[in-house]
Write a protein that binds this ligand. Structure first.
Ligand SMILES: Cc1cc2nc3c(=O)[nH]c(=O)nc-3n(C[C@H](O)[C@H](O)[C@H](O)COP(=O)(O)OP(=O)(O)OC[C@H]3O[C@@H](n4cnc5c(N)ncnc54)[C@H](O)[C@@H]3O)c2cc1C
Length: 397
């Protein structure tokens, strides 16, 4: 039996778990991470790519931003398109210079993992946590299996950063929270393609055939999505059919989409989910372990990092100032931003996806919102400040 002792035991080496580990280390607090999957799997998992200003600032402050600064693409705005009409939201101009950076989640994970292991810190891959115990004592335990051997991490606190399918949320007493859920009647078919982006900034588009998004990864790699039905299958979508549909849905006068070889293709369901209690005794949830947002607002990864900020504040309070108020208030503080992100993600999703027949009441409401974006700089500012992420101080109310 492997026995490990640390101050904070972390389950999951995704963006939340790794950022937490680095931040605690910077503050002189020890931690150990167990990760269910292999290093190759985690570092190759293609997901988010849109980093809010807050996330970029945090990674830089942790000394993890060098490659992101070199390879990331900084954007000052975004395009929203409706029935082939495109408007630009210049968010840097509307938010006092705040920006987003396009840098793949897997690159963030690689940078954080490399730095952690190079510093000689402990991270066990292919080490699945299967039980969390003693969270009502000051010696909590994470039980895990690694290379067929059982192990236990003895720790002061457990941080469950183990994503939507992890064990952390299940360890929170069911009668201590309310769960909220929306399952959308559509999914995203996402591709990565070896082709230069046909746009300088992201394009989100409503079309009568459904939603489409043109995102970017680098000067030579594009990331694009189209709305498909939940029961659709990837085999129904040849590369040619995907490019045809993307060109149609993203198209506007005088603009054309460049196509290229597709090297990754997958379908992701769209869902909003959360619980409104993020802790039990010495166990704290952060990131997708506690909430899922549809990716339309680009909030999932950023919300995970924002949770970590509140958790770090609480743990610093505990270890360095001998007070527990911030830890006690962790759920309340994190929920403010989580609800904001849920609302914005839902807004973007319902504005831009085809939900009902083209021309229906629902469609007219979507179009009325889009027309309002065109006419009101106040509305554009609302979208911009949510898109780039409000500063942490905004939530001190
Ligand atoms: C297609 C797609 C596009 C997206 N686009 C965006 C975007 O543009 N912007 C954005 O901000 N977000 C986006 N997201 C969401 C974003 O990817 C997630 O919100 C983010 O990964 C959350 O990070 P996390 O660390 O909380 O969880 P995860 O990244 O899920 O990490 C959890 C880790 O815990 C591990 N784990 C699970 N169970 C156990 C266990 N029992 N023991 C040990 N380890 C365990 C998992 O293997 C995983 O590595 C997107 C998601 C998808 C699917």
């Amino acid at each position: 039996m492997k026995r490990i002792q640390t101050q904070v035991g972390i389950i999951g080496a995704g963006p939340a778990g790794l950022t937490l580990a680095h931040w605690l280390k910077q503050k002189g607090i020890s931690s150990v991470i167990v990760e269910l999957r292999s290093r190759e799997y985690v570092e190759g998992r293609v997901r988010a790519g849109l980093l809010e200003q807050n996330t970029v600032d945090i990674l830089n402050e942790l000394g993890m931003g060098a490659r992101m600064q070199k390879e990331g693409m900084v954007h000052d705005g975004v395009y929203l398109s409706f029935d082939q009409e495109r408007v630009h939201i210049p968010f840097a101009e509307l938010t006092g210079g705040r920006q987003i950076t396009i840098y793949g989640q897997q690159e963030v994970v690689k940078d954080l993992t490399d730095a952690w292991l190079q510093a000689g810190e402990q991270l066990y891959f292919e080490a699945g946590a299967h039980q969390i115990t003693d969270i009502d004592t000051n010696c909590s335990k994470i039980h895990f299996t690694h290379n067929g051997e059982e192990g236990i991490i003895d720790c002061d606190f457990v941080a469950a950063c183990d994503g939507f399918h992890g064990i952390g949320r299940k360890a929170i007493q069911k009668d201590s929270y309310r769960a909220y859920d929306i399952t959308y009647p559509f999914s995203w078919l996402g591709i990565l393609a070896n082709v230069a982006p046909s746009t300088d900034e992201l394009i989100y588009s409503y079309h009568q055939n459904g939603f489409a998004l043109h995102s970017l990864r680098s000067d030579t790699v594009s990331r694009l999505y189209i709305q498909v039905d939940n029961d659709d299958h990837i085999d129904n979508w040849s590369d040619d059919r995907i490019w045809e549909e993307l060109a149609l849905r993203l198209g506007t006068k005088g603009w054309s989409l460049q196509s290229g070889p597709i090297f990754d293709k997958s379908i992701t369901p769209m869902r909003s989910h959360m619980i409104d209690n993020l802790s039990s005794g010495r166990l704290f949830l952060a990131g997708d372990a506690a909430h899922i947002v549809p990716p339309t607002g680009g909030k999932g990864l950023n919300l995970a990092i924002a949770d970590v900020k509140h958790l770090v504040d609480g743990l610093i309070g505990f270890y360095k100032e001998n007070e527990t108020q911030l830890l006690d208030n962790y759920t309340e503080l994190a929920l403010r931003r989580i609800w904001r992100a849920q609302d914005f993600s839902n807004f973007m999703t319902t504005l831009l996806h085809k939900q009902d027949d083209h021309g229906s009441f629902t469609y007219q409401l979507q179009k009325a919102k889009f027309d309002y974006i065109k006419m009101s700089s106040a509305y554009r500012t609302t979208i911009a400040e949510n898109y780039v992420g409000l500063p942490f101080e905004s939530y001190d109310y």
